[in-house]
Design a binder for this molecule. Structure first.
Ligand SMILES: Cc1cc2nc3c(=O)[nH]c(=O)nc-3n(C[C@H](O)[C@H](O)[C@H](O)COP(=O)(O)OP(=O)(O)OC[C@H]3O[C@@H](n4cnc5c(N)ncnc54)[C@H](O)[C@@H]3O)c2cc1C
Length: 401
């Protein structure tokens, strides 16, 4: 078993690390200032456009997409996505590798018609527009996606959509031009065949972006916000349907596997950044006559953080390797395992880093508080921990039944 990254990965890592140092970290304060000064904070800020142009020029673009990244495998992409996780509000989007666009691009690549690809996939690959994935609804427990109540009903050459969604990430940004909406086409079909997915342009009559959902009080402006959206008698051509009626659940499953591992890759980068900040802080401050770093309890936090990060990274890499070798289906158990384990690991490391910073840790002067808020949401988004545990446990028990 060879644990080393291959030459291609190392070469890209070196270039990406240099890009982070020269462009991304210095841009963090600029983004904050631009968000403070912006007339519309949901708009994409100029610094992001500058970073995107630079990253694209350097060939650090669409690295998540095998067809558009010189065939990078999941295993090769994992350490690169990890690096972008160190600055999650800037780096993933700068490289055009941000959720939910990556998942939406994968859906269009796998299931889109030529016309859908031309109209929506290409501008997404070019980073010209953004997109949202509208599955979750305020009125039903959406961790069970069969509950989704939005209707997509055929009417002549059109489909008519009625329903209410929330937590549609990115959709507050006016540049988010296309929504992939999940709803039911056939209430009489088998439970997992009632759903479909359909493309709804933002400017279609009947679409109303109602409000932004906040995350522990943060607007998540850099990500384009999380919107509540109403669809009232929204009419789109039948050709906007993705794949076919009854395919919605299968598309959701195909979309969520890679999305989950991408989140986990980035979470490892967040944990690394938290550990680095913790080590720098405790070696630079003195309390009760000695550096905070000299306290045994701090040694425990640091050692335990290193162990937990390495454990999670190894499992994420193994999962990526399985996805490459036996496919997403074959890696199902491992994808669930990392989705259960990684957000909690990063949340734990961030909590210790915050504690080691004292009051500064929860303040706006360090990225820790916002990173913690973002990490905490990943125990809910893309499926709550409990649902993944239920499914993983059932699979494990099957061996004994
Ligand atoms: C920051 C953020 C971004 C998001 N982005 C998107 C997006 O872009 N698009 C989108 O469609 N959705 C998005 N979501 C929504 C997210 O996927 C849902 O919140 C999640 O699937 C849970 O659905 P729910 O909120 O309806 O919770 P519910 O279904 O009401 O569940 C509530 C709780 O019940 C418990 N529970 C449920 N089932 C079980 C079980 N079997 N066993 C034990 N306990 C259980 C869990 O603790 C769960 O958290 C986002 C959410 C957040 C917070």
């Amino acid at each position: 078993m060879d644990f080393a990254y291959d030459a291609k990965t190392e070469e890209l890592r070196t270039r990406l690390l240099a890009f982070m140092d020269s462009h991304v970290y210095p841009a963090e304060a600029v983004l904050e200032q631009q968000l403070r000064d912006a007339a519309d904070p949901w708009e994409r800020q100029p610094i992001l456009e500058e970073l995107k142009a630079e990253a694209r020029g350097q060939g650090l673009w669409n690295l998540f997409h095998p067809e558009h990244s010189d065939g990078l495998t999941n295993l090769q992409y994992a350490p690169l996505a990890e690096i972008t996780g160190r600055s999650p509000h800037l780096a993933p989007e700068a490289l055009n590798c941000a959720a939910p666009d990556t998942g939406n691009m994968e859906v269009l690549t796998m299931f889109g018609t030529d016309e859908q690809k031309k109209q929506w996939l290409q501008p997404l690959l070019d980073g010209e527009i953004r997109s949202a994935f509208c599955m979750t609804e305020p009125d039903v427990a959406s961790s069970d996606a069969t509950n989704i109540a939005t209707r997509i009903e055929r009417d002549g050459d059109d489909y008519v959509i009625n329903g209410r969604k929330w937590w549609s990430s990115g959709a507050m940004n006016p540049n988010c031009a296309i929504f992939i909406v999940m709803g039911k086409t056939d209430l009489d079909a088998e439970r997992h065949r009632q759903q479909a997915m359909i493309l709804v342009p933002r400017d279609t009559p009947g679409v109303t972006v109602k409000r932004a959902m906040h995350v522990f009080g943060y607007g998540d402006h850099a990500h384009g916000g999380h919107a509540e959206i109403e669809f009232a008698d929204v009419r789109v051509p039948a050709s906007n349907l993705i794949a076919g009626e009854g395919e919605g659940f299968a598309i959701a499953q195909a979309r969520l596997g890679p999305g989950r591992i991408h989140h986990c890759m980035r979470l490892i980068g967040m944990a690394e950044r938290a550990l680095e900040l913790m080590c720098r802080r405790v070696t630079s401050r003195v309390a009760f006559g000695k550096p905070i770093a000299a306290q045994g309890v701090v040694h425990e936090w640091i050692a335990e953080s290193r162990v937990r990060i390495e454990q999670a990274r190894l499992l994420v890499l193994k999962t990526a390797w399985l996805m490459d070798t036996v496919g997403n289906k074959g890696a199902h158990t491992e994808i669930q395992a990392i989705k259960i384990g990684t957000p909690s690991m990063t949340e734990w490391v961030l909590d210790k880093a915050i504690q080691a910073h004292g009051g500064a840790g929860v303040s706006q002067d360090f990225p820790l508080a916002e990173l913690w808020a973002a990490t905490r949401t990943l125990r809910l988004a893309d499926g709550p921990d409990e649902v993944h545990r239920m499914s993983l446990a059932k699979r494990e028990l099957k061996k004994y039944l």
